[in-house]
Design a protein around this ligand. Structure first.
Ligand code: GDP
Ligand code: MN
Length: 389
């Protein structure tokens, strides 16, 4: 799960890391009030959208006076900001953050993230932070340092010192940096983060200022943090993904036309692979999870069909603890409740497959049964081709 920069700033403050003075505004009047509170100094106005690369897209602007504030805000509020990361649709700007502009000597990069290969939290730093960090990582990989943090031992001071020396910090800056490292690590662990990124972490004299902060959370840890779930901004998410989150269905929107309803993440990946192998394009990743109820199947079908690009649906179920019979009952009920006008291909295997198939065949639902995952993909792609002709 993603949160806004202004929310990430609040979390850093809770963990004793100071951030530039500033507040979030939802309209121009509020923005002007905040600007006055900042003592009418140079302010940065930052679009609050769930995306990086805002600077290059015109989403981070400097205001020198009140006129600038109202002009920039009127250009931002209600518009869609299209960055490298948002896709063509962009993300709508409903809030802006006004901050005292920091004077920056140098922009560093600092992040904590999970490194899957070492199964540990990893600190990533670079003396060449800023808006071109992706390019630095591609063209000057030596300018990027990685330090693996042991899960048992936690962040050690010597690791922070070694990062500070890689960043070329003086002794005062190093002291500030070590504090930032310690506190950020504590935040990362305590809140089940998957990423905390400061880019830039600005050098300003002997101070270090987190000018831009991004935090992501591990969805699997969210049940422990209702206070974090409250920060969710559904307007920034794909509508279907937000609906899936409410229905307890794991769903990722993609840009193909074959909807997939699958139980188990591995099987869902394999289904997408099978579709791609036979020349089709999946419209989504969807895992209804183990022990799925009829209601869950119905919700999943509804979410898949909210996507106008979907021209056919493959249901691929491997009955394990949940018998295919209850899934089949779920499908029958769901199809009754949700009006499905696109072709349906169903593959049931495993526990209760035979009975499940019989149940579906006796039902009035129009569908094609497939023997295997491959067959399901091939049949669906054939049907779509016929429909096109
Ligand atoms: P991003 O483009 O979404 O990563 O947004 P950032 O908040 O990182 O802003 C982009 C760039 O704008 C930064 O890398 C800085 O160069 C510049 N910038 C942002 N805030 C300030 C500030 O307070 N003072 C100065 N001098 N530059 C800033
Ligand atoms: Mn940034």
């Amino acid at each position: 799960m993603n949160i806004h920069e202004y929310q990430a700033r609040n979390l850093l403050s809770e963990y004793d890391i100071s951030v530039p003075k500033g507040e979030v505004a939802e309209d121009i009047d509020q923005a002007i009030c905040i600007y006055r509170k900042l003592n009418n100094k140079r302010a940065v106005i930052k679009a609050q959208v769930h995306s990086g690369g805002r600077g290059k897209a015109g989403g981070v602007r400097i205001a020198e006076n009140e006129d600038d504030v109202s002009r920039i805000c009127s250009e931002m509020f209600g518009r869609r900001l299209i960055t490298k990361q948002t896709g063509k649709e962009g993300k709508v700007i409903e809030k802006v953050l006004l901050c005292e502009a920091s004077s920056i000597d140098k922009e560093l990069y600092f992040a904590l993230t999970v490194d899957r290969s070492s199964e540990s939290v990893t600190m990533i730093v670079s003396p060449m932070g800023g808006v071109d960090i992706e390019e630095v990582s591609a063209t000057a990989p030596n300018e990027i340092g990685k330090i693996i943090i042991s899960t048992e031992a936690g962040m050690k001071d010597y690791q922070a010192y070694s990062a500070a020396s890689f960043l070329g910090l003086n002794s005062k800056q190093t002291k500030v940096f070590c504090r930032i490292c310690r506190n950020t690590y504590r935040l990362f662990i305590e809140k089940d983060c998957s990423l905390i990124e400061m880019n830039p972490l600005a050098v300003s004299g002997d101070e270090l200022i987190p000018v831009d902060i991004k935090i992501n959370f591990d969805d699997n840890g969210l049940f422990r943090h209702p206070e974090i779930v409250e920060l969710k901004d559904e307007h920034q998410e794909n509508e279907r993904e937000a609906e899936a989150f409410r229905s307890n269905v794991t769903y990722v929107a993609l840009d193909g036309n074959i909807g997939c309803l699958v139980n188990g993440a591995g099987l869902a990946m394999a289904t997408m692979d099978a579709i791609a192998l036979h020349g089709g394009k999946p419209a989504n990743f969807l895992d209804i999870g183990g022990g799925a109820s009829a209601k869950r199947v119905e919700d999943a079908l509804r979410i898949i069909l909210m996507d106008r690009n979907v021209k056919g649906i493959i249901i691929n179920i491997f009955g394990g603890i949940t018998s295919c019979v209850s899934i089949a009952e779920g499908i029958v009920e769901a199809v009754k409740a949700v009006d499905i006008s696109v072709p349906l291909v169903v593959r049931l295997e495993g526990n209760g497959a035979k009975e499940g198939k019989e149940l579906l065949e006796r039902s009035p639902i129009r569908m094609t049964m497939a023997r295997s995952m491959d067959c399901a993909a091939i049949k669906m792609i054939e049907m779509l081709k016929e429909m096109e002709q």
